[in-house]
Write a protein that binds this ligand. Structure first.
Ligand code: GDP
Ligand code: GDP
Length: 434
């Protein structure tokens, strides 16, 4: 696991006050809707040089005790399932309430490390009030989220848990997928179809942008991170320029992922704006699956999907070696099939071909169709090798790399694609002097 803290507790104990204290002036991802409902807040912080993520599990509806209870229970379960350390917040002003008892009961049955934090201990006289909470059976920390007292001692002990838990390398190496596309094509619906319950965790993955949200998905034999751009939508004043904002979000998600699910609206087909996003994906050398969503709205005959696929590929040309899946996210139809395609593309993107195999296959094809001579000079390709890059790139060594024509480069790329499976993956080809 990563270094993730969840703050749980009944409303009004000071969870968000403490959350804000922790993340200081850093970026938090928050729900803009205030008032009746409140959603989770995510942020990053550090203490004694150890970085961690914080989730303020928020989410409740005011003035309805039933909903409170159920919602709080859901949040506590989420914290138990998905985080490493739980801060169970109560307050010394109100003392123990029935809701506190409920939360304590759930946490006692979990194996997670729990810190019971008695908040609103604004002065030393109040420290004695914290004593009653010892009966929950957790170590008690008296703090004041408002003036910060006691928080240093708490964090000293919290981060001790983290230095003990090393982040597993395998976990960082999991595939990272992003769902991108124009507004309204069904990205959120697609993500929700996958995640079912709205559970989102923050993980700090080195080398990636801070404010992407990574949700680990390991079900049905899949194991990967989904970059949740739908969550990012909630940041800041987004209503001003939704189109621009959605492009920014796509760029960030594309940069951070290995493979993109490019969602398009099946009814409208592959449009100019979809093409722009595809170019971005290509430029970033990321894998791609085209997901033609809202397939339920299309009137179908026998070969409709073939006709649609052909029409899409006419628009994506020259990059046509892309898997296309037709989904109905709203009916959860073929969403897992899209995942399978994503997984295959991820594997294709990391495919490494030995130099001997590559030369055995490609040199005869070079012989069969020679580069036409330029200014009376022969262009001879001597050998080919795949470069040790995270995306497929090939170096063709030849006598006159500067004369190689784009059309010949396309010929070579097509032949590579015919013989090796790079479906959904942009390929780089370089010509080098030998
Ligand atoms: P949440 O619902 O648990 O997230 O609680 P909030 O963070 O919104 O805080 C609820 C109320 O308690 C607000 O009016 C805060 O100003 C107040 N509060 C939070 N922390 C403290 C504290 O340490 N001392 C005092 N006196 N009030 C606090
Ligand atoms: P986003 O802006 O790309 O995240 O799109 P949303 O997920 O918010 O979906 C936009 C609208 O399309 C919503 O009204 C959805 O209910 C609807 N929608 C999403 N997926 C499908 C689908 O597969 N079929 C149909 N008929 N509607 C869908």
């Amino acid at each position: 696991m990563g270094n993730i803290i969840a703050i749980v507790g009944r409303p009004n104990v000071g969870k968000s006050t403490f959350f804000n204290l922790l993340i200081k002036d850093r970026d938090a991802i928050v729900d803009a809707t205030s008032g009746v409902t409140r959603d989770r807040h995510y942020g990053q912080s550090d203490w004694n040089g150890i970085e961690f993520s914080v989730i303020d599990t928020g989410g409740y509806i005011e003035n309805s005790d039933d909903v409170f209870e159920e919602e709080i229970r859901r949040q506590v379960q989420l914290a138990i399932d998905e985080t490493d350390v739980i801060i169970f917040m109560v307050d010394v002003v109100n003392g123990i309430t029935p809701l506190d008892e409920d939360v304590a009961r759930m946490l006692r049955h979990s194996t997670k490390k729990v810190f019971l934090v008695a908040n609103k201990t604004d002065n030393n006289q109040q420290i004695a009030f914290g004593d009653e909470f010892y009966r929950f059976g957790f170590s008690v920390y008296c703090i004041s989220a408002i003036n910060g007292s006691g928080t240093g001692e708490l964090l000293d002990d919290v981060v001790k848990e983290f230095s003990a838990t090393e982040i597993e390398q395998t976990e960082l190496n999991l595939p990272k997928y992003a769902v991108v596309g124009r507004p309204n094509v069904g990205k959120s619906t697609f993500i929700n179809a996958l995640l079912e319950e709205r559970r989102t965790i923050v993980t700090d993955i080195p080398g990636t942008t801070r404010d992407s949200i990574y949700t680990r998905y390991n079900r049905f034999g899949f194991d990967f991170y989904l970059i949740d751009t739908a969550g990012l939508r909630k940041k800041g004043k987004v209503h001003e320029n939704i189109e621009f904002y959605s492009v920014m979000r796509s760029i960030r998600a594309i940069e951070d992922c290995d493979v993109c699910f490019l969602l398009i609206d099946a009814v409208n087909g592959f449009e100019a704006q979809d093409a722009n996003i595809l170019r971005l994906i290509e430029r970033n050398k990321k894998g791609v699956v085209i997901v033609s969503n809202k397939w339920d709205l299309v009137e179908k005959e026998n070969n409709t999907h073939k006709v649609f696929e052909k029409a899409i590929k006419e628009k994506t040309a020259p990059f046509t070696d892309i898997p296309v899946v037709f989904t109905s996210a709203i009916n959860k139809q073929r969403v897992l099939k899209a995942l399978e395609a994503g997984q295959a593309v991820y594997q294709n993107r990391s495919l490494k071909i030995t130099t001997s195999k590559l030369n055995d296959v490609m040199l005869p094809l070079v012989d069969k169709f020679h580069h036409p001579s330029v200014k009376g000079k022969e262009i001879n390709i001597k050998y080919i090798t795949q470069l040790p890059t995270p995306f497929p790139a090939f170096a063709f060594f030849c006598n006159l790399p500067q004369y190689v024509k784009e059309s010949y480069k396309n010929y070579l790329e097509n032949k590579i694609r015919e013989h090796f499976n790079f479906s959904g993956v942009p390929i780089q080809i370089f010509f080098r002097k030998k």
